[in-house]
Design a protein around this ligand. Structure first.
Ligand SMILES: [Zn+2]
Ligand SMILES: [Zn+2]
Length: 346
């Protein structure tokens, strides 16, 4: 005898599993949209928002005025350079003329030219002085340009420091934001997991099981998969911690249930046949037998041997004979397969 679950019931069950999966799918979609919207709960700030605007503005203003000073100083340097070059050229030209004149004088050796020599020397001296002055002026202008540059560098340094401080503040703000968003998400997903655990314990065999299982899948997926990309580094502790606790709880329930099951089995096996049958569900008994196991003690039985009417392990009746036509039939069947007589009238 094959599995006695009715054919259409089997298909209904498959359909209901599809319902469970679809239910989980849509819940997951809805959940991910909600989770994605969570960071928008808070205004998201940028690095610029952490710069001290007042200080930054005043530094920038100073920098601007220093820049215009620098432009002036540069112009002054250019001017001084030109003046110096002119003075230099002038001196060089005059010196050349003087040297030539001196050579001519040595050749001619005219004494009356001594006065002329003094005047020419003085003039050359004067020209040299002008050149020196221009040189000094250029040096002065270069120095003040250097000072202005130094000042500008200092201002830029202060501006950089201001930006670095802002970046530090922004980083700690980001860490805090991450933590808060993570806590929101945890506050949203952890209760789902607890509800799922409750449903698993209390409702998984109820008539509404497709929704129960759909919800359980959804909660597990959201907590262990969907929460992951949003977890800060310490979020792993929560995930694995909850996983450990869940495994412990489920494992404990399973171990306790196994103990209870074995106890119940032993108790049932000590009961007389008729009483034992009351604990066995019709469909389960038939499906266990179809798989080659005793429906009561769940140990393997050789069903191909037609002489086996009782379980050799626990002694429950597996096959009996119709009271009407005496055909050998499954003792759990409600009717005789040969004559259709009800088995209950025995
Ligand atoms: Zn048995
Ligand atoms: Zn019969």
């Amino acid at each position: 005898m094959k599995n006695a679950v009715r054919l259409s019931e089997k298909w209904f069950r498959r359909g209901l599993w599809v319902v469970a999966v679809l239910f989980a799918w849509f819940l997951i979609g809805l959940g991910s949209v909600i989770v994605e919207d969570l960071p928008k709960v808070e205004a998201v700030l940028k690095v610029e928002d952490f710069i001290d605007q007042h200080k930054s503005e005043s530094i920038n203003k100073e920098l601007e005025s220093v820049q215009s000073l620098k432009d002036d100083a540069k112009n002054a340097v250019t001017k001084a350079e030109n003046l110096y070059r002119l003075a230099q050229n002038d001196y060089v030209a005059k010196k050349q003329i003087f040297d030539n004149w001196l050579k001519t004088r040595e050749v001619t050796g005219l004494k009356e030219q001594d006065k002329d020599l003094i005047a020419r020397t003085e003039e050359l001296e004067h020209s040299k002085q002008i050149e020196n002055k221009a040189r000094a002026n250029l040096d002065k202008k270069l120095k003040s340009l250097q000072e202005i540059d130094f000042q500008a560098d200092k201002l830029r340094e202060r501006l950089n420091q201001l930006n670095a401080d802002a970046r530090d503040d922004y980083r700690s703000y980001q860490r805090n934001l991450e933590l808060r968003v993570f806590l929101y998400r945890l506050a949203l997903t952890l209760p789902l997991l607890l509800i799922a655990a409750f449903l698993f314990i209390k409702q998984r065999h109820s008539n509404w099981w497709p929704f129960v299982w759909g919800f359980i899948y959804f909660a597990i997926f959201v907590f262990f998969v969907e929460l992951v990309p949003y977890l800060p580094s310490y979020g792993g502790y929560v995930r694995y911690g909850v996983g450990v606790v869940l495994t412990l709880v489920i494992g404990r329930v399973a171990i306790i249930n196994l103990g209870r099951y074995l106890e119940r089995q032993k108790e049932q096996e000590s009961l007389p046949d008729i009483q034992r049958r009351k604990f066995l569900e019709y469909e389960q008994a038939l499906s266990k037998m179809a798989k080659g196991f005793c429906p009561s003690c769940e140990r393997a039985v050789d069903f191909s041997n037609e002489k086996v009417d009782f379980c050799p392990h626990c002694g429950i009746s597996l096959f009996d004979y119709c009271h009407n036509c005496k055909a050998r039939k499954n003792s759990f069947a409600n009717f005789c397969y040969q004559c259709g007589a009800s088995a209950k009238t025995v």
